[in-house]
Design a protein around this ligand. Structure first.
Ligand code: C2E
Ligand code: MG
Ligand code: MG
Ligand code: MG
Length: 277
């Protein structure tokens, strides 16, 4: 009886595994088509300073247009595993740099943060890609922040730290994303050439109701300040959470309480309304 069950579950496991693999292959061919036919776009979500109550930057988040579009949480890992992330990152950087110039000429001088993935850190052309794209569009690299997750840095810390240092020396801002989920040891953290830490939203959501989360958030904010890094809390959905973060001396916040990620035109309208200029 058990042997039969085992056999059965092994068959379903194999089936599930092979159907996951064929789904990955199917999606990777759709990603290639989407790149070729321009079906990706960037949405922008503000980072707001709690000191000035002004928008100090935006984060660019990729969106797949059309009804069959998946969320980045679904397709970015597939693009990574199928060797397609470099193409996506190349597109994202160019798009973000062009948008930054466009807003600049519209009187909106704002820093744009782009997300890169662990694989990108292994690409020997990553640095040239950032430097050349900015040069081509005559954009100062200090207008671009590079968000890299703590866990992708920790996958190969020596290489990551070396590449990020070159990017920092070239003038780019470096932000350590999803901080708190990547198990970096303090000795590494001290050597990561970041300007900013982003406290992962899973630590932010419940700071008003869970005293352990509150203490953790406080600890990370103090740690960032001790290391002379600025701190961004992500996933701020309510006023209570915002006020608690302010009380904890967190400088910058991002989340649905302020705005969801918006397309470029909607962001411009939102920004002009908010700042009345
Ligand atoms: P992330 O960089 O940590 O981005 C934050 C995610 O949280 C975004 O999801 C954002 O829409 C969402 N978010 C923002 N505020 C709130 C809030 O108040 N509540 C909640 N529940 N969620 C909030 P999104 O856009 O689906 O992106 C998911 C992840 O996909 C990103 O996490 C990032 O790791 C990756 N990603 C997005 N765009 C790109 C890209 O252009 N390139 C790469 N390599 N990865 C990207
Ligand atoms: Mg990010
Ligand atoms: Mg994040
Ligand atoms: Mg994330």
């Amino acid at each position: 009886e058990t042997a039969k069950q085992e056999q059965l579950s092994s068959v379903t496991y194999k089936e599930a595994r092979s159907s996951a693999a064929s789904r990955r292959i199917e999606i990777s061919s759709r990603i290639r088509q989407a790149i070729a036919s321009n079906r990706f776009t960037l949405f922008y979500q503000p980072k707001v300073s709690l000191e000035t109550n002004r928008v100090c930057a935006v984060e660019a988040l990729i969106r797949w247009l059309g009804e069959d579009g998946l969320s980045p949480a679904e397709f970015i890992p597939i693009a990574e595993s199928q060797g397609l992330i470099g193409k996506i990152t190349t597109w994202v950087i160019k798009e973000a740099v062009e948008q930054c110039k466009l807003w600049e000429s519209d009187g909106i001088k704002i820093n744009i943060a782009v997300n890169i993935s662990a694989r990108d850190l292994h690409d020997s052309q990553l640095i040239e890609l950032f430097v050349d794209t900015c040069r081509e569009h005559k954009l100062d690299p200090s207008s671009i922040t590079i968000e890299v997750t703590e866990s992708s840095v920790m996958a190969h810390p020596e290489l990551a730290i070396e590449r990020l240092q070159v990017l920092r020396d070239a003038g780019f801002r470096i932000s350590l994303d999803d901080f708190g989920t990547g198990y970096s040891s303090l000795s590494y953290l001290k050597n990561i050439p970041a300007h900013e830490l982003k406290l992962d939203q899973s630590f932010v959501a419940n700071i008003c109701s869970d005293s352990r989360d509150e203490r953790l958030a406080r600890g990370v904010i103090d740690l960032a300040h001790d290391l002379k890094l600025s701190i961004v809390a992500e996933g701020v959905e309510t006023e209570d959470v915002m006020l608690m973060l302010k009380e904890m001396n967190c400088e910058i916040v991002q989340g649905y309480f302020y705005s969801r990620p918006l397309d470029a035109a909607s962001f411009k309208t939102w920004y002009k309304q908010r700042h009345n200029d």
